[in-house]
Write a protein that binds this ligand. Structure first.
Ligand SMILES: NC(=O)c1ccc[n+]([C@@H]2O[C@H](COP(=O)([O-])OP(=O)(O)OC[C@H]3O[C@@H](n4cnc5c(N)ncnc54)[C@H](OP(=O)(O)O)[C@@H]3O)[C@@H](O)[C@H]2O)c1
Length: 250
């Protein structure tokens, strides 16, 4: 039976991932920080571990990884974009410590992080060539509204990619568009997508589970929004074309 460890296991996407993986027989270990969330995680089939990411050192995280022996580590945490300080502590520094801890623990290389579409170095790198006026407008609005959050994700994702000769992880960056609480559709658009389509969190979770199953996603950064392609086919198409939407933009 596979063990999976989720950082931020009480999150709305993470809870769907927990339910889906537990139904497939995974042991899902779930790092959460609030004791009152334990029963909920258990009811989804997860095994809660009380540990605050922002208060955990790399070695604290290594200890958890060694205790849970995961074959896959999933980063689904986030401070929610409200406080810039907490955003830096969780989405940037906490995520990077989880990458270092995965490498240092040495038990698994497989690391999947949930980031966001349009995370990129807007100052120094060219705009994605498939962007249209709607994408440009959306990008400006999001970066103006939650710039520190987007920058925190950029720093973490850049570390994941540029420091990988040191860490040696088999990573995938999943970059969803705006998230909704709508029920799953089982269909998405992935790869070089436009930014304005929302995606249900349940579909993001199913997409992450499919990424976990498809080894061809290792080393890729994949944008995903609402669409019409069944999730398995969408992942397979991205893998076939080796479509990486972060490359050249950090
Ligand atoms: N909202 C969007 O439209 C959007 C778009 C693209 C990407 N994303 C990203 O997608 C990911 C998943 O989104 P979501 O809606 O599932 O987010 P969410 O419900 O806010 O989940 C994030 C989880 O991280 C946990 N967390 C925060 N700080 C922590 C800490 N110090 N220790 C342990 N856990 C901590 C939170 O726990 P608490 O309950 O304890 O706070 C929360 O459960 C996030 O990284 C988000 O940034 C969001």
């Amino acid at each position: 039976m596979a063990n999976t460890l989720i950082f931020g296991g009480s999150g709305k996407v993470a809870r769907h991932i927990t339910r889906l993986l537990a139904a497939e027989g995974h042991n899902v270990y779930s790092i959460i920080r609030k004791p009152e969330q334990q029963d909920d995680v258990k009811s989804l089939g997860g095994k809660p571990i009380l540990q605050s990411i922002e208060d955990s050192s790399v070695d604290d995280m290594v200890k958890t990884i060694k205790e849970t022996k995961p074959s896959t580590i999933i980063w689904a945490a986030g401070a929610g974009g409200g406080s810039p300080d907490r955003t830096k502590a969780v989405d940037n520094e906490g995520a990077i410590r989880s990458m270092d801890a995965t490498a240092k623990a040495g038990l698994t290389k497989r690391y999947i992080i949930i980031s966001a579409v349009d995370v990129r170095d807007r100052e120094n790198k060219p705009e994605p060539e498939w962007y249209n006026d709607g994408d440009r407008d959306r990008s400006n609005k999001v970066w103006n509204a939650i710039g520190p959050y987007m920058s925190a994700k950029l720093t973490a994702d850049t570390s994941l990619v540029t420091q990988n000769s040191r860490r040696g992880l088999e990573y995938t960056i999943v970059r969803p568009g705006g998230l909704s609480q709508d029920p799953a559709t089982g269909k998405v658009a992935a790869g070089k997508v436009h930014l304005n389509n929302m995606i249900p969190r349940e579909d993001v979770a199913a997409f992450v589970v499919e990424v976990l199953k498809n080894d061809g996603t290792k080393g890729l950064a994949i944008d995903v929004v609402g669409g019409e392609t069944p999730i398995r086919d969408a992942v397979a198409e991205v893998v076939r074309g080796k479509v990486d939407t972060f490359e050249g933009r950090y």
